[in-house]
Each structure stands twice: as structure tokens, then as C-alpha cells.
Design a protein around this ligand. Structure first.
Ligand code: AMP
Length: 182
């Protein structure tokens, strides 16, 4: 299966993506994780991404799309993939569409994680990541509303909406049920 996960910061996409990837036996591709790995290894890409990540802003599309195109060229993605945190705006969605179309492929579904904004701020503050201070979190939420939420309309035909408040196991069950694989 080729899936995209969309939801505001702290919606639990990463947690669910890991569980879904295991069950579907496809790679979990998180652009946030890829950027953080680059940052840790002090690559040029990581150093370029850092200031955007620190502010909670989107890393420029050019950089992000090139990184994803590269990753989707790896043979392990031939059996499918779960994209977590990409695309983050309509332009990135267009680029993803082109990358897949070049391979004669399309997405199977876009899973939208629905959560209560205020409830997740507390969850994020407890996570301890360096970009998880309150100002950055609020900015990431604003960026989500302004840039990422319009994706939901872009993907209206493929959208599968899941209530993402509750226990981890319960939410995984909801996702697979919504995908018709319950
Ligand atoms: P995440 O782990 O998905 O919360 O991403 C952490 C940070 O990485 C974001 O706040 C952005 O700065 C950057 N990032 C992750 N994915 C993308 C993307 N698709 N486009 C631009 N920036 C991204």
C-alpha cells in the first residue's frame, strides 16, 4: 500500500506510522526523521534544515522534495510506503504526484488524523524534542492550518478520516478499519 498520513503536530502520526508499517510490511518514511538524522550527522542538508526546524517553519520545498524523491528511489519502496509528514503543502503534493506518475504509480489513500489542538500541546510538551517548546509548537500548528490543511481538499477523493484521540492500539484499529483492512 502507498499511504500518506496527514494531521497536526502531536496527532500521533509517527507512532501510528511505525505500527502500520510493521503490519503492512512497508517502509515508514518520515521527513522529520530524515531531517533529524541529517542534523545529527551534520550533513549540508541537515545544517540547511536546522533553522527552519528550530522555528517550526517548513524547510523549503526544493530541499524537501529532492530528499523524498531520493528516498522513493530506494528499492524497499517498491512494495509500498507510508509517508509521514510529507507532503506538507499543496506544492509538495503536486511534486509527489509527479514522482509517482513517473513510476506509473498512485497513492492508495491519504489518512487524516483528527485531534483536538489544545490537548496535543500538552502531549508535545512532554515529548522533550528540541523543537517542542511552546512557541515552536504554536507556530507548527499555525503552519499546519495555513499550509498543510489545504491538502485535505486537494486529496478529498482519497481521504480517509480517523479520530486520533484515544489509546494507541484503539487508534491503530480505527485506521485499519477505515482502510477496509480491519
Ligand atoms: P515532524 O517530525 O514531521 O514534526 O517535522 C519536524 C520539522 O521538520 C518540521 O517542523 C519542519 O521544519 C521539518 N519538516 C518535516 N517534514 C517537512 C516537509 N514535508 N516539508 C517541510 N518541512 C518539513
Amino acid at each position: 500500500m502507498r499511504l500518506v498520513l496527514v494531521g497536526p503536530p502531536g496527532a500521533g502520526k509517527g507512532t501510528q506510522a511505525v505500527r502500520m508499517a510493521e503490519r503492512l510490511d512497508v517502509p515508514h518514511i518520515s521527513t522529520g526523521d530524515l531531517f533529524r538524522a541529517n542534523l545529527k550527522n551534520e550533513t549540508e542538508l541537515g545544517l540547511e534544515a536546522k533553522r527552519y526546524m528550530d522555528a517550526g517553519d517548513l524547510v523549503p520545498d526544493e530541499v524537501t522534495v529532492a530528499m523524498v524523491r531520493d528516498r522513493l528511489g530506494d528499492p524497499d519502496t517498491e512494495k509500498g510506503f507510508i509517508l509521514d509528514g510529507f507532503p506538507r503543502n499543496v506544492a509538495q503534493a503536486g511534486s509527489l504526484g509527479e514522482i509517482l506518475a513517473d513510476k506509473g504509480l498512485a497513492l492508495d489513500a491519504v489518512v487524516q488524523f483528527e485531534v483536538d489542538d489544545e490537548a496535543v500541546v500538552q502531549r508535545l510538551l512532554g515529548r522533550g524534542r528540541s523543537d517542542d517548546n511552546e512557541d515552536t509548537i504554536r507556530n507548527r500548528q499555525q503552519v499546519y492550518r495555513d499550509e498543510t490543511a489545504p491538502l485535505l481538499e486537494h486529496y478529498a477523493d482519497q481521504l480517509v478520516v480517523v479520530d486520533a484521540m484515544g489509546e494507541v492500539e484503539e487508534i491503530t484499529d480505527r485506521v485499519f478499519a477505515a482502510l477496509g483492512k480491519g
